[in-house]
Design a protein around this ligand. Sequence first.
Ligand code: COA
Length: 407
Amino acid sequence: MTQRYARITGWGKYVPARRLTNYDLEQIVDTTDEWITSHTGIRERRIAEPNETTVDMALHASRIALERAQVQPEELDLIIFATSSPDYFVPAAASLLQNRLGAAGVPAFDLSAGCTGSIYALVTATQFVQTGAYRRVLVVGAEKISAGIDYTDRNTAIMFGDGAGALMLEASNSPTGLLSFELGSDGALWDALYCPGGGSANPFSEKVLANREQYLRMDGKRVFKFTAKTVTRSIQNVVESSGLPFSEIDYMVPHQSNVRIIELLTSRLKFDPDKVMVNLDRYGNTSAAAIPMALADAADQGKIAEGDHIVLAGFGAGMTWGTAVIHWEPTKPSEEQAILVENWPIREALQLQANKVRAAVWSAQVTARTKAQEASMSVMVPFYTWQRKRKKAKAQQDEENTDQQQG
Ligand code: COA
């Protein structure tokens, strides 16, 4: 089978209108703009309205990505939704999005890998395209993380914000999209960034609420140490496995949590800081939405161009990490339309299977009909024979009776 790739053909970003600045936070918790800016680089973040949900934001970003790729919702083959703040525990946010998009019947599922979720989703989506199972997959990262933040805890209150990002992936014959990746998880660090209450280990109760256990807790120093060690090495690994020299990497889009982490990665890798996307000053850490949002900003602001090789580097709760080298070439060559629409081997294979099923059904019908006919004949043939004999006997009897009357 021809090697398939998953071209990134569309991207979209959405953030709520309401801004929460460092000065606003000074009024809420014991902190200062100076401390937040110098320790994190964040100046403000967006906060969704009480009636605005994660799926509402995902819908906006997804529509922009679909529009850009010129894909109709009903043409989608799969939706993967990375989030840690779904609208409900049950059902998946992906199903709500699928319904709101009007993508009737399209398979959809949520993916939970903390802030690394969108990289896990991009890698997962690419596997579906590369195996030939699906042609068009929508990857979404969206979070209303503010719903899980304790605004009396300055540790987390300063860091997180809400938003959504979406990427459209379409099958391609040319080597583009995801070129190499590394995913990882170190569950020994599960409690470095976690939410103690509300899950099956500690279901909602008055105690959970009284102890504010429904909110996110973070050990910033452990997270920082883990990231500095793991992510630098992971970036080196994925660039190496992509087969590209580091000099061929045009741009880097790291997870947006703290500018100090980004600066550390950049300096350890001796990478040009001007080629690194930073938008956390305006949005804070939007968890699984951060990388697709930053990639969308980089594209919209002309920081990345057709043909660029880009490193994406995510890390988050788990602790998880996910690093990828992508080739950015969103313009679909015209001959690729044919791959997407007609000459699609999987479509042919499915057609073949459908024909086989139809043939098997037809043959089963013929067999059943034949058997039924045989069964009915085994009863009817003796009956007809008996009836014929009876008629013959009766006719004979009638003939004898007539002869007697005449005689
Ligand atoms: N405002 C003002 N002061 C604060 C503060 C805040 N929001 N948070 C902590 N402080 C104080 C501390 O009490 C401490 O004071 P002290 O020296 O008098 O004891 C001082 O600032 C330094 O605190 P510390 O915890 O050592 O800060 P830090 O340099 O480690 O920075 C983080 C804290 C959270 C910014 C940093 O650890 C970090 O960014 N970690 C990674 C987090 C992350 O990326 N999370 C998302 C993962 S997806």
